[in-house]
Design a protein. Structure first.
Lengths: 280, 280
């Protein structure tokens, strides 16, 4: 199957982005004591010559003031930039439009919904527990929330969005997304960030073409490396929003390198709020 | 269900576009003897005040020289303009790219494939009989053809397009389209014109999001009314290509108004080559 990233071979280091501290260096751009992010994978120590891993070179962690450096893995890293570029560039949300986000309590989804509010949209999140939903509504000011595990998604969308949906930020794929597409307005935009519902097992879903044609929808997928040349723009804007109190984040931190596997499985099960981090 | 056009209510005139001859007129723009096209539906006589039906006003048939006026329903009408705008505007094909067309022997599909050849692309058609395939290859100069009823589509696409697919013009939706999407290249474009596989019964299919994300595909649906303001541009270019011998067409003509229903069902069964016409 084709997942978001290339499949691992047996014996390969498991993939993952780290914030790593430089403890020895012969490279003037990467002095001892600085923090870097890179796809170093699940390991405690790495020797790097500065060349890209999975298409991305090591990058110095930007100055985040008093904020924790782990945010370079979340709101000021790939998830934060995915929310910024993936939502703004592909959904092009306008004031007064209705935005639906699936995987809404994850690192990317929770960020996308807040950008939607900043841009003057009505925002509905789809997530898998009422605890997540309460966080989205109370703390992040989402307009409302649908628990896809306990509620009828189609019925709830009809209730919450009688005006129809203009933008859909899709983290999950599968039947959830087919149902959202059936509620979309003419010339609606769908940004596809992930399809986690199909990563483990492939379940067939209602074909989306039946909705894409009459409503003339545009659906586009992305991988965040696409906007690598504009990387600092997103970080600076997100940092500004955080400092202004307009953008909130949450991390689910697991202590101990030896708990990496458990943290990963819990994230896939949906136990995390915001970015799942392991502190080694 | 949501189909291409709004559902009919019991007692309504069945939808359909006609070439009609004006036999009486009080409108200076529509003189007696002229031919007009409009969504008059399945009937022999119509009284019109020139106002739009299903969003489109009656339009005079353009001067087609010695060509039959029924082509105003096909290659110089909605199907021809769907091929021209839907393919060129949404797929943006480039010289040397690989194009796949489903419903390739229909009015729109056969036209799209030929535009693909005119634009310097490799073109593969998907259709439901070898007779259709031979027409596409021999007469219309498609590079090759896949019979989705007798061949393994996935295997044949691997054989015929080892370089991957850049543009997909989708008339059918369903599993056929999911399989084509699994063969697409980075930044591939999908123009969705129809989803005939789901019009009668809804069969679930492999979700497309799993292909849309890693290959960063863009899929867009359209209804041809969208380019109404550029209507003559497509007709003039298609007429030029026909007169230059670069664009061929075929019509499947059924004689007799009373055979309308049979002609319609045969079209849905896939018996037609090119545009299905009923001559009343």
């Amino acid at each position: 199957m084709r997942a978001y990233a290339p499949s691992l071979k047996l014996g390969e280091v498991f993939i993952g982005v780290q914030v790593a501290k430089i403890i020895e260096s012969k490279h003037p751009k990467f002095p001892v004591g600085q923090l870097v992010t890179c796809h170093f994978g699940w390991r405690t120590h790495t020797i790097s010559d500065g060349s890209p891993i999975r298409g991305v070179p090591p990058m110095l962690v930007p100055d985040l003031g008093d904020l924790p450096s782990s945010l370079a893995l979340g709101i000021f890293g790939r998830p934060g930039n995915s929310a910024y570029f993936g939502f703004l560039e592909l959904c092009n949300p306008k004031v007064g439009e209705t935005v639906v986000v699936s995987g809404a309590a994850g690192a990317v989804g929770s960020h996308v919904g807040q950008i939607g509010k900043i841009k003057g949209c009505k925002v509905i999140g789809i997530a898998g527990s009422d605890e997540k939903g309460n966080w989205l509504k109370k703390d992040l000011k989402f307009d409302d929330f649908i628990n896809y595990k306990t509620e009828d998604l189609d019925k709830r969308l009809t209730e919450l969005c009688p005006e129809g949906v203009d933008c859909y930020f899709d983290n999950v794929g599968g039947e959830t997304s087919s149902i959202v597409l059936s509620h979309m307005n003419l010339f609606g935009r769908i940004s596809v960030c992930g399809s986690i519902s199909g990563y483990n097992e492939l379940v067939k879903a209602t074909p989306v073409q039946r909705y894409v044609v009459p409503k003339q929808l545009r659906m586009e997928g992305f991988v965040i490396n696409r906007w690598m040349d504009r990387w600092p723009e997103a970080i600076q804007q997100n940092l500004k929003w955080v400092n202004e109190g307009k953008l909130k984040y949450r991390e689910t931190v697991t202590e101990g390198f030896e708990n990496m596997f458990t943290a990963f499985v819990e994230m896939l099960k949906g136990s995390n709020f915001g970015k799942a981090i392991v502190k080694a």
